[in-house]
Design a protein. Structure first.
Lengths: 248, 261
């Protein structure tokens, strides 16, 4: 279970999160939606301790991680896998070395066992046989799949996705959505997906949270959220711009 | 100390503090021996083997010019055969370690800052952290150890090539008597000169790796941030080496006297 209590974060004078409260139960597939630049990725990074809050708490399985130092956080992070917006693959390594990174660092396995698990992880993300390629040789969608294989290889409890379909065409986006669902169902992980893609939100989530004005403005099942008549929720779901606003 | 906040002195002191904390973290991590031997060898190869050409050229031409310049001055007072002794002491205790460190700072310090800076702006450092790996353990420690191993070895090469090149210039070009020159060189060069040079080179190796890693890990956003981190890594390493050299010379000379080396 992941929970935040009155989470606040500023960068310099700019307030990004102003008392965010959320609760994501184990096994749940939560989708955090919101405007670009609205603090979704900042919120996601707090959940895994990549950023520390100015005030408030982040609890992972009941343990507060907000004030842990980097070494204490290493233990907590072994429960997590994270897929980054730009994949964040290690560009000096091959696909196999990227995917095997967590295994090599934390588990005492033979090379044969590592190779077997790497192949299985790549098979799960529909990229078999790409072990020896370098990240520079891969397309955007393939890079995100390798990032996903790297995140799930040691079967974490939670998988965090930062804008998994941003910058991809609709067909590749669809395949990434299906992969997120496949990983959720096969590995029984708790997923937290940050996106502004409404199709992804509807398909992969069973709990949708709208981050608006630096807080969780509304949350519910996808059906509840997509049927909501609240003007703010409606505006975001329908993608209607208010031309008086200057935030684009 | 609040009155210093926001001033350049405050920023400078804060930077020094952060480098000290990074050094403490890196040394504590190195002592656990959890780093990968393969990574260590890779960095020794990159820092040591790949830097040899610049270090050898620098060492050789420094020795040659020093021999020529010293000869022209000593020749006026009929002390030609002391030329190699001056070159030897200078190459061992000062020019060998300092010039090697400056060349390596330019080549390796810049590369470390650029590589780590790029990793930071492309979220690869965050990816490391999400994979339950401390960036200091994985990125800083192997580079720090490799640098402190490679620098003394490069410095020895620089000393040897500098003295060898000065011998060639002195004896074959300027016509200094080889036997007396060799005798004087051995007479006036001491173990302590070599020892001082090697101690300095270990410290400079640490300085180059730490400043390069610090600048890379704390670099700003985008290409501009990486460019600035790279430049600052070279400039700050070079200045630190030159300033530290003065104090190290005073301290190590005194220490050698005290220990009777």
């Amino acid at each position: 279970m992941i929970e935040t209590r009155e989470l606040k974060k500023s960068f310099g004078p700019q307030l990004i999160l102003d008392g965010v409260n959320l609760r994501i139960e184990s096994g749940e597939s939560a989708v955090i939606i919101g405007r670009s630049g609205g603090g979704k990725s900042v919120l996601l990074k707090h959940l895994i301790g990549l950023l520390q809050p100015d005030s408030g708490e982040v609890l992972v399985d009941g343990e507060s991680i907000g004030r842990m130092n980097e070494r204490q956080l290493l233990r907590v992070r072994r429960k997590f896998g994270m897929v980054f917006q730009g994949a964040a693959l290690f560009d000096s390594m091959t696909v196999a070395e990227n995917v095997a990174f967590g295994l090599r660092r934390h588990e005492n396995l033979t090379e044969a066992e590592i190779a077997r698990r790497v192949a299985a992880a790549l098979e799960m993300v529909d990229l078999p046989g790409t072990e020896e390629k370098k990240p520079a040789e891969l397309s955007g969608g393939m890079r995100k799949r390798v990032g996903l294989a790297r995140a799930i290889i040691y079967e974490p409890q939670f998988v965090l996705y930062d804008e998994p379909t941003t910058g991809l065409d609709p067909i590749v986006s669809d395949s990434i959505d299906k992969l997120i669902i496949r990983v959720r169902d096969r590995l029984k992980v708790t997923s937290v997906v940050v996106t502004h893609d409404m199709r992804t939100a509807r398909r992969v989530g069973n709990h949708v949270l709208l981050l608006h004005e630096k807080k969780i403005y509304a949350h519910g099942t996808p059906e509840e959220m997509f049927a909501s008549q609240d003007p703010v929720v409606r505006q975001f779901i329908d993608g209607v711009a208010d031309l008086k606003e200057t935030h684009f | 100390m609040n009155f210093l906040a926001g001033t350049w002195i405050g920023e400078w002191l804060a930077g020094l503090g952060r480098i000290a904390l990074l050094a403490r973290d890196a040394i504590a991590s190195a002592l656990t021996f959890k780093f990968s031997r393969r990574d260590l060898l890779h960095h020794i190869y990159f820092i040591g083997v790949k830097s040899q050409s610049v270090v050898l050229v620098t060492g050789a031409f420094t020795g040659m010019v020093l021999a020529a310049q010293t000869y022209y001055q000593f020749h006026k007072v009929k002390m030609d055969t002391a030329t190699l002794a001056v070159v030897s002491v200078s190459m061992c205790s000062e020019l060998g370690p300092v010039l090697t460190a400056l060349m390596v700072a330019g080549r390796v310090g810049a590369a470390i800052a650029a590589e780590l800076g790029t990793m930071r702006v492309t979220e690869q450092i965050d990816a490391l952290r999400t994979l339950a790996t401390h960036p200091v353990d994985y990125l800083v420690v192997p580079r720090l150890i490799a640098s402190t191993i490679a620098l003394p070895l490069l410095t020895i090469e620089s000393m040897c090539i500098g003295i060898g090149a000065s011998y060639v210039v002195g004896v074959f070009l300027l016509g200094i008597d080889p036997a007396y020159s060799w005798y004087d060189m051995l007479k006036y060069s001491h173990d302590s000169d070599v020892l001082i040079g090697l101690v300095k080179s270990v410290i400079y190796g640490g300085i180059i790796a730490l400043i390069g890693c610090y600048k890379g890990l704390s670099c700003g956003t985008g290409a501009e941030g990486v460019g600035r981190a790279t430049t600052e890594a070279v400039v700050y390493s070079s200045i630190t080496i030159l300033v530290t050299n003065f104090f190290l010379t005073l301290a190590l000379e005194q220490l050698c006297v005290l220990l009777g080396i």
